[in-house]
Write a protein that binds this ligand. Sequence first.
Ligand code: GDP
Ligand code: IMO
Ligand code: MG
Length: 431
Amino acid sequence: MSNESGTVVVAGMQYGDEAKGRLVHALADDPNVSMIVRFQGGANAGHTIFMGEKKIVLHLVPSGIPYPDKICVIGNGMVIDPERLINEIKDLQKNDLLIDKKQLRISNLAHITLPSHRERDGKNEKALGQKKIGTTGRGIGPTYEDKIGRRGLRMQDLLCDAKELHSKLEGLPEYSWLNRKQTVSDLMEYGRILKPFICDTGHLINLAIRQNKGIVFEGAQGALLDIDHGTYPFVTSSNTTAGAACTGSGIGPTAIKKVLGVCKAYTTRVGSGPFPTELFDDTGLFLREKGLEKGATTGRDRRCGWLDLVALKYAVRVNGVTKLAITKLDVLSGLKKIQVCKSYKTLKQTNDGKHKFLQIRPDDPFTEFDTKKVTPHYQEFEGWTENLRHIRKFEDLPKAAREYLDYIEKHLEVPITLVSVGPEQNEYFTR
Ligand code: GDP
Ligand code: IMO
Ligand code: MG
């Protein structure tokens, strides 16, 4: 795909699982792209790519790994569970990928997820009871807590001697009951294995920018899971929006030229939290079954619903999206009618104590979103029956599908430049 080179951030615009991984895989095919960088999140992500018929799910390694001549970077903004990363590397190597170690670079500054972080994640969820976030249980929140609390361990610490490593554990809340000897010996073993990958990745990325090489920054999760801009507290513990590509990889904002917002043709969410357009009927079931909507990381059923233009307009705003990719359009084939949420209604108390309905439109301030009290207001579209998986040109889509995309584009005021119509590598087209 040649028109997307330069520096582009690929950002999820919904609640994650928008098919970012497969798009990064497609964009990275461009000969101008020499680097693929993940900049936030950790093994909570599950990014699915297809190489021919072979399906690969990546959690920590960027989705550019099928290209042996390109460098994949795990940036400083990520949190890394070294045990999982080592297993992921081994699995890739079993599939004849990542044979040359130079293909993967890991930031010396990325923080480390320990088994105690995973345990804390589980305990926190248990303590929340009914109010639980529904995390992936990968220790993401606790690792970022320790990072912000200035007591975390970083990848470069894996290269210390035992005594130094031991003293670095002292800041951890679990220090008093941690099996310190075992932990230090495990960490030193991880360090021995990962040493060839660990370096100053910020230096590498900036060098590539200076040489005008194409770089794809691969976001994880989605805008509504962003720690600041998402449906707090039902969010992940990092900034998932495009700005994080800078802080999470060590570059300045002037280096980013484009932001490709990735949006599923409908909406899904895993875990708890508000979801105004969620469907609890047969259509919801249809989307889940046809879209194979099961979490790529935890295997949980994804909640499914209609597209939400109010939330998407907000995602365009917080990401500075310049282009849109609509994915999984093929899943909608066979629905008689398709709905799109174009505004919300919410009941508001006025100064005189009365309640009145307030309409929230896509350009309005977004303060009501997390109240769970909004009712979506829909625009109805005709469906289509044709199978779309073989289509490679916008003009060849059924009229109803074109009208659906035109409506989205018009309301979000961002051009749709890519549409995917199937999970496999070539099942998409640009425009
Ligand atoms: P990510 O986390 O954003 O990378 O997305 P996931 O990999 O978690 O979820 C996307 C799922 O949809 C994966 O199972 C993909 O194989 C699949 N997929 C991606 N694009 C399409 C598409 O256009 N059509 C269909 N039917 N499936 C797709
Ligand atoms: P990708 O990159 C979908 C959700 C979890 C939970 C919340 C917090 O594949 O799109 P965490 O473990 O991060 O503390 O969980 O965020 N979540 C995701 N949902 N896709 C993801 O990643 C997710 N990563 C986290 O389900 O609701
Ligand atoms: Mg995913």
